[in-house]
Write a protein that binds this ligand. Sequence first.
Ligand SMILES: Cc1ncc(COP(=O)(O)O)c(C=O)c1O
Length: 370
Amino acid sequence: MAPFAAQVFGHPSGHHRQARAARQAVEDARDQVAELLGAAPGEVVFTSGGTEADNLAVLGVLGAAARRRAGQETVVVSSAIEHAAVLEACRAAAARLPGVEHALVGVDTLGVLDLERLAEVLAEALDARVSLVTVMLANNEVGTVQPLSDVVALTRRLAPGAVVHTDAVQGAAWLDVALAARGVDLISVSAHKLGGPKGAGALVVREGTELEPLVVGGGQERERRAGTHDVAGAVGLATALALVAKERDAEAVRVGALRDRLADGLLDAVPSVTEAADRKSVVPGTCHLCFEGVDREELVVLLDEAGVCVSAGAACASGALEPSHVLAAMGVPARIARGSIRFSLGHTTSPADVERALAVVPEAVARLRG
Ligand SMILES: Cc1ncc(COP(=O)(O)O)c(C=O)c1O
């Protein structure tokens, strides 16, 4: 990234030598991202991250569908546990675009999509009316991997006119997206979930998918996303994806073992703790635990003071924690969800980090319960 942030100042759409160097970097990054995601280079649209990719997928497809259908009703179906970047985009589409409805499909108590319910919703909506089905590859709070190939198969059978989108922002660090999202029409990724830069991402848009741009202007990205490219960001995304692909299998084993050590250690050491999901269907880097009788915000503060950084879910603009829509969809009682936190493990996590957490967490929980 460094040369493109500091030395190559050319504009990738320009015509001189510096511009050509910048354009070549973007196109090389595009080739790399395409290959790693199982797409053709022309199907990759660089964005400012996962949020923009999700918004472009949802609002872009529904914008095109609403225009094509000229006010007739059309449905977007999403899982109930999508990231806000998808859920809010679906809600915005329903609020802004004439005739668009949003249907939610729930999950089981372990956070995996209810496929029977998806089939019912698709059948009820009468195939021609569903424009978009959007289901994430892996959930960002509890880590559950979703049955994407079943989602694709059901959609093709029951709503053949619909487009399938997956938010692979969390899944891409642990799964081969080209395989896991085979047959999917739109795929969102974000560089910073892969150790790349913040503010860079991409949306794969399969050839033939109708999509209205959200950002218009200079016609970049084949009219799908205008604006001067973030050259260093594109290079960073491609490099992060390539490094992850090289190390993914070994890292999944290493980090999965660390996660198991952490989860088992805490389940042993602390009374009244439950795991939110079934580890067999969770990506290796996620460990989501519910500590009964504890306030998660207080736990985050205590752990932070002890040098352990954990997440307690999304904060709203005021800084207060929102109740988790993911845990609610899984039927976790509010009393339990109140004490639930996520430990994220990754490339930089060492055995010593896990031992540190094991030494610190039981004491912090005991203090709060006391
Ligand atoms: C599943 C999921 N989708 C989308 C996003 C948003 O991506 P970005 O932060 O690149 O905008 C996130 C970020 O946490 C995420 O976890």
